[in-house]
Design a protein around this ligand. Structure first.
Ligand code: 5AD
Ligand code: SF4
Ligand code: FES
Length: 362
């Protein structure tokens, strides 16, 4: 039987109202969304999944986002910074295993030593791999000069989640000071674009105070900003954070997961040729969370390459998986999961966002 959902799915552009209806679809009707997003993925990006080896470089952070476990105000974790040798070892592992790409992520820091260390590591990785290992950075808000410096040193892509696209909601989730300013974050995304990066952003799903209307706006934000890559996942409460006090007002975990899947599927339908990550937070709720995300539209996955001794200190949220698994175990585990989803790994391929190519060539 033809339903309103079918009618909406047949439109070439979704309005905000359409998106709210799609996001409210029940399980039966959601299947129609997934069928469509699967078809778009198969046709536009194929069944290839690209590995981005994740290096959680340091948990020092100068910020205090109210949702995050490694916020500066949390004294429970031992703060660490990987040595150059450890970073190079992880990067070499990725290169030798034909990952073709790594992500260097850490808490946000703007000090000279940090900026110089990242620049030095980027140059060293470039030398080690003869420029063949691509690097994505996820190091927060920086000046345009820093973004340009890192780009010149060999970084290609940058991930900076807007976290939520509604400025009022942003205020509720961050301290009220100039270090946590929505407009500054938006400006940082624009700087990245100007500096030449493939730009990725994303949001958390199922946050306190967040509505379906906010999530519809998030999807429209991605479209309007014309992003190249996206990483979205469910919000998962963390006991040592101020936002934990609202834990009783959250959607049940299962619903947060299903909503996250729906967001991935809708984004795939709306932005057919971008790269979308199957995020680790999805697996925190559902043991097969990442496979499910791949099945309905995601095409990038991030095997963890952080030395195991640091992992329990990089807990942005609770119950994060892969705490004891070395790089090799995560690699084999993900190979099996990807095979289960019916996809194949693009070993030795950069897997650049097709959208970025089209955007920059036109
Ligand atoms: N739950 C889910 N994701 C979180 N992040 C930070 N804290 C949490 C949490 N409690 C996400 C943010 C950040 C990314 C690195 O991790 O979106 O951008
Ligand atoms: Fe720091 Fe990022 Fe966590 Fe905010 S989300 S506290 S910037 S690590
Ligand atoms: Fe790390 Fe499965 S991906 S153990």
């Amino acid at each position: 039987m033809k339903s309103e959902i079918d009618d909406i799915l047949n439109k070439s552009t979704f309005s905000k109202e359409d998106l709210v209806k799609l996001l409210s679809a029940d399980e039966q009707e959601s299947r129609k969304i997934y069928e469509r997003s699967k078809a778009v993925k198969a046709e536009q990006v194929g069944r290839k999944v690209y590995f981005r080896g994740l290096i959680e470089y340091s948990n020092y952070c100068s910020k205090n986002c109210l949702y995050c476990g490694i916020r500066a105000g949390n004294s429970r974790y031992i703060r660490y910074e990987m040595t150059d040798e450890e970073v190079m070892e992880a990067a070499t592992y990725a290169f030798e295993n034909k990952f073709a790409s790594i992500v260097i992520q850490s808490g946000e820091r703007n000090d000279r030593k940090f900026i110089d260390t990242i620049e030095r590591l980027l140059k060293e990785i470039h030398r080690m791999s003869d420029g063949r290992l691509h690097v994505t950075l996820s190091l927060g808000e920086q000046t345009e000069e820093t973004y340009r410096k890192w780009f010149a040193a060999g970084a290609h892509r940058y991930l900076l989640r807007i976290e939520v696209s509604n400025p009022d909601l942003y205020k509720k989730l961050h301290p009220a000071d100039r270090h946590h300013d929505y407009n500054e974050r938006l400006e940082a995304l624009r700087r990245l674009r100007r500096a030449g990066y493939q730009v990725g952003t994303g949001v958390m799903i199922g946050l306190p105070f967040q509505t379906l209307s906010d999530l519809a706006d998030d999807l429209i934000f991605f479209r309007d900003f014309d992003i190249d890559m996206a990483g979205m996942g469910p919000y998962i409460e963390h006991e040592d954070t101020p936002l934990y006090q609202f834990r009783n007002e959250l959607l049940p975990l299962r619903e947060r997961f299903l909503l996250s899947l729906k967001m991935v599927a809708l984004l795939r339908i709306m932005m057919k040729d971008i790269n979308i990550a199957a995020t680790t937070a999805m697996q925190t709720i559902d043991p097969q969370g990442r496979e499910k995300a791949l099945l309905i539209g995601a095409n990038v996955i991030m095997p963890n390459l952080t030395p195991v001794k640091y992992r329990q200190n990089y807990l942005l949220y609770e119950n994060k998986p892969c705490l004891d698994e070395e790089a090799e175990e995560c690699k084999s585990c993900l190979e099996a999961r990807i095979a289960l989803a019916g996809d194949e790994i693009g070993y030795g391929e950069w897997g650049d966002s097709k959208h970025f190519k089209r955007r920059t060539e036109s």
